[in-house]
Each structure stands twice: as C-alpha cells, then as structure tokens.
Ligand binder design. Structure first.
Ligand code: ACO
Length: 159
C-alpha cells in the first residue's frame, strides 16, 4: 500500500462548489447520475498547497461494501500520482469504517483506470453488459474504444 503523501490534504465536505462539480464531471458525464449518488455519499476534496487537485465520492452499499462512485484529478495535474493517492485514501477510509471490501466501476474503454485500480489490488468481479449504451444518451469513446460495459472491480480489505 502506498503511504499517503503528506502534502495532500483531504477534507470531507457537505456543499459542492462549482470547481468540485467540474471535477465530478470529468469522471462521470451524467449530471443525473451524479445528483443521484451525491444524495447518499460522502464527498472528500483533495488539496495541495491550498489548491483543489482532486475529488473522491464514497457510498455505503451495505455494512460490508463501500463503493467509490467518483474519483477525479484536475486535468492539468493528472499523471503525477494524485489519483493513486485518492484511491489509497479511499481504501484507508473503508478500512477505518470496518468495511470488508471496496468496489469501483469503470468502462471497458477506461484502460488507464483499469490499470490503476488493478495495480492497487482491485480485481475484476462483475461486468454489467451495455451499461453505458443503455444509460447514457450520447455514445462515449475513450482510447478509440466505445464505452459499452461497466466493469466492477473489488478489493478485499483483509488482504
Ligand atoms: N492511461 C495510462 N495510465 C494511466 C492513466 C491513463 N489514462 N491514468 C493513470 N495511469 C497510470 C499512471 O501511469 C500510473 O502508473 P504507475 O504507478 O505505474 O506510474 C498510475 O496509473 C497512477 O497514476 P496517477 O498519476 O496516480 O493517476 P492520476 O493522478 O492521473 O489519476 C485518474 C487517475 C483519477 C483516473 C485521473 O486520470 C482522472 O481524473 N481521470 C478523469 C476522470 C476519471 O476517469 N475518473 C475515473 C472514472 S471511474 C469512477 O470515477 C468510479
């Protein structure tokens, strides 16, 4: 597990400012979906030197399972290890809250995200076929691949 970098400060927030909402939209283009899960989730901002650099949204699925609903890093700061820090923070939060496992869903086309999540110990355990084609009005393409299916990855916290 990567220790949390001391220069990134996480804060649980109640009100979502525009700059935070813009980050949420990087991970999820559907405002309807965002509004739906925000009602039931905990939202954390990540700041470095006072600057907002990322956001993390965690939802309690059951007593045993926490889901990361949204994770995003400011576009011009991606690729500097902040996403790994956000994921490490989510895992630490889930452990603190005594969950047994944590899950995250992403598209079949999200190659970098699939790499990052598996690198931190998440394993593919479910595929929701046609999730994106059935639930999003516009086709989504990443890396030249259409986002069709939702891949759910889970990390067991006792390992
Ligand atoms: N392509 C290839 N590799 C990638 C990518 C990518 N798009 N993104 C991250 N990686 C790799 C990095 O190379 C790095 O590898 P290394 O540890 O071997 O050096 C590792 O993953 C960690 O990279 P970070 O720099 O920590 O990642 P970053 O700060 O860019 O954050 C994130 C990753 C959160 C996915 C960011 O790129 C982002 O905000 N993207 C847009 C929003 C998004 O897609 N969010 C996830 C949607 S799913 C959900 O929210 C539930």
């Amino acid at each position: 597990m990567n220790p949390l970098a001391p220069d990134i400060l996480f804060e649980k927030i109640d009100a979502i400012e525009a700059a935070v909402y813009d980050l949420l939209l990087l991970a999820d283009p559907s405002r309807d979906c965002i509004e739906e899960y925000l009602r039931q989730s905990e939202v954390y901002t990540a700041k470095r030197g006072g600057e907002l650099v990322g956001v993390l949204v965690c939802l309690q699925h059951s007593a045993a399972l926490m889901e990361i609903k949204n994770i995003a890093v400011k576009e011009d700061l991606q690729g500097q290890g902040i996403g790994k820090q956000l994921l490490t923070k989510a895992i630490a939060l889930a452990k603190d809250k005594q969950y047994e496992r944590v899950c995250i869903g992403t598209a079949n086309s999200s190659i970098g995200q699939l790499y990052l999540y598996q690198k931190l110990g998440f394993e593919v355990n479910e595929i929701i076929h046609n999730f994106f084609t059935d639930n999003y009005p516009e086709p989504i393409f990443e890396n030249g691949i259409q986002a069709k299916h939702m891949i759910i990855l889970t990390k067991e916290l006792d390992t």
